[in-house]
Design a protein. Structure first.
Length: 192
């Protein structure tokens, strides 16, 4: 099983690695080699987290971020184009709420805070979307390098306001798209 530090070093790199303080393209791109590496190195640890066996990681800022990467980010890589990509989203939101309630995010580097807030941005619940935008607005005021993350949060919110769900997930989740969603999906930037 990987440790929290193994996950953080893999995802962000060691200081002063650029990923420690700046966004990395591979975080949000479709890359089969990177997806395979995530699965090879972290699938067993993900399974423990999904089974609720790593709850103690929630109580310390660094290990909490590692748990959030495990539950919210790695599934999107390991199980891309499968319903399992979203299977632990609710758990990730619960961990993120725990982190916010205890102020664990405030001691983290701004780049790391993105991964505390992303579970709300990934939610199809309107209130979660509004919370994500609020959190990223505050972060962008404190750290101007997070302005791009705020833009993405707002774009996610607008889609949920318009459709009540993310149309780009419909095929993966076996949902039927409405004609309006199908037209939307033809537009550039309609999928994340």
């Amino acid at each position: 099983m990987a440790t929290a530090d193994d996950i953080l070093t893999f995802w962000f790199g060691p200081p002063p690695d650029p990923g420690y303080t700046a966004p990395q393209a591979h975080w949000f791109e479709k890359n089969p080699a990177f997806d395979a590496e995530c699965a090879h190195r972290f699938l067993a640890t993900y399974e423990k987290a999904a089974a609720g066996e790593l709850q103690a990681w929630r109580d310390e800022p660094r290990s909490c971020v590692a748990l959030l990467v495990l539950l919210d980010q790695f599934p999107r890589n390991m199980f891309r184009d499968s319903p399992r990509a979203f299977a632990t989203d609710a758990q990730a939101r619960e961990v993120a709420r725990h982190a916010l309630a205890r102020g664990l995010d405030t001691s983290l580097p701004s780049m790391w805070r993105w991964f505390v807030y992303l579970p709300f941005e990934h939610s199809e619940d309107l209130q979660d979307q509004r919370l994500a935008v609020s959190l990223f607005e505050t972060l962008a005021q404190q750290s101007p390098s997070s302005a791009g993350a705020l833009d993405y949060a707002r774009r996610h919110l607008h889609i949920i306001e318009r459709f009540g769900r993310f149309p780009h997930r419909n095929v993966t989740l076996g949902r039927t798209s409405t004609p309006e969603e199908e037209a939307f999906l033809q537009q550039p930037g309609s999928s994340f």
